[in-house]
Design a protein around this ligand. Structure first.
Ligand code: BDR
Ligand code: CA
Length: 327
């Protein structure tokens, strides 16, 4: 069992990652912290609370609201045509009585790392601002957590918000630079692999046909949210009834690193140059500068296996179930 904390800017793909984590038998979700990005941190928290209710995971999952601007005080939000006005494709999930806890995201991260005594895995699916703020308060954090898996960055492929940068890293490049250099056991899952992994309408249809009865509301939500997300992919990338897979891939790799192939590099993030802000910089010189720990950047992934696994937690995988249904 992996004890995880998710730090998200809860948009459509974050929501899939969160639902997966809440249903996977391999994860215990210690809490979710939220950040600005796909929308503001409060809206992200509200989405998380509704998703927790939808997932019915059987245990309490605290939600802590986090940063609403970058370390340098800049708020930026994704345009509504990507994730909708509410971040989850304008799907109206039922309200809940659960409220965010009375603790900031960075304090919650520090407390959980302490409590879990080296067992906590942090998965970031948005800006790294909360984690960087936690580092500012507790520089020994990298020694206290088992691992960080982050969706973000573009290593050998173009960016999605500039030719050099991916949205999560670009949104707070200085925070990402801090996290990259802090000495975490860090795995970065970026556009090099997420842009080559696809969810299609056939996956959604399979999910709806074979989902567990208790997961039917989840399947209905995924169907509606992905309809919105597929449309964004159609108008911006010419993809028909399909999308790429960003945040869920980081979650799947946190669960099973063998899905990916990695390059170990000493890396940082450019944040001073406006043009190159958010670009991952690596030390690949002939004489290495050994001033920081290496991080793992995912360069290949088993996309087919990953996507099958993503939907499997909501489905009835019992052998013979299909035949039983036909009889
Ligand atoms: C990242 O940006 C956000 O829109 C997505 O949720 C994902 O985390 C992809 O660049
Ligand atoms: Ca995200």
């Amino acid at each position: 069992m992996k004890h995880i904390l998710i730090d998200a800017d809860t948009g459509i793909d974050d929501s899939l990652a969160i639902l997966y984590a809440l249903r996977s038998p391999n994860f215990y979700v210690e809490g979710i912290t939220t950040c600005f990005g796909n929308n503001c941190a409060e809206q992200s928290a509200d989405n998380c609370l509704r998703l927790i209710q939808l997932a019915k995971c059987g245990y309490d999952v605290p939600v802590a609201v986090g940063a609403n601007e970058s370390l340098d005080g800049v708020f930026g939000s994704a345009p509504a045509y990507i994730h909708g006005d509410n971040g989850i494709g304008n799907v109206e999930l039922p309200e809940t009585t659960q409220e965010p806890i009375n603790e900031t995201a960075c304090d919650f991260i520090i407390r959980k790392a302490q409590e879990l005594k080296g067992e906590l895995i942090i998965i970031t699916t948005g800006r790294m601002t909360n984690l960087a703020m936690a580092l500012e308060k507790d520089a020994s954090l990298p020694k206290k957590v088992k691992k960080v898996v982050a969706m973000g960055g573009c290593y050998k492929v173009p960016g999605n918000v500039s030719p050099y940068a991916e949205a999560n890293i670009h949104g707070d490049a200085r925070a990402a630079d801090m996290v990259f250099k802090a000495g975490f056991n860090l795995t970065v899952v970026g556009l090099d692999v997420t842009m080559k992994t696809f969810i299609t309408q056939a996956d959604v249809d399979n999910l709806c046909e074979y989902c567990l009865e208790e997961c039917r509301p989840i399947a209905e939500y995924i169907k509606k949210a992905l309809r919105f997300y597929f449309e964004f992919h159609r108008v911006t990338m010419g993809m028909a009834h399909a999308s790429v897979v960003h945040d869920p891939l980081a979650m799947l790799i946190a669960e099973d690193p063998s899905l990916g192939v990695y390059e170990m590099v000493r890396a940082g993030v450019e944040y001073q140059s406006e043009r190159f802000s958010g670009m991952i910089t690596t030390d690949d010189g002939f004489v290495p500068v050994l001033d920081r720990e290496e991080i793992a950047i995912c360069i290949q992934v088993d996309s087919v296996k990953a996507v099958r696994r993503l939907f499997s937690v909501f489905q009835n995988m019992e052998p013979g179930r299909y035949n039983k249904k036909k009889n």
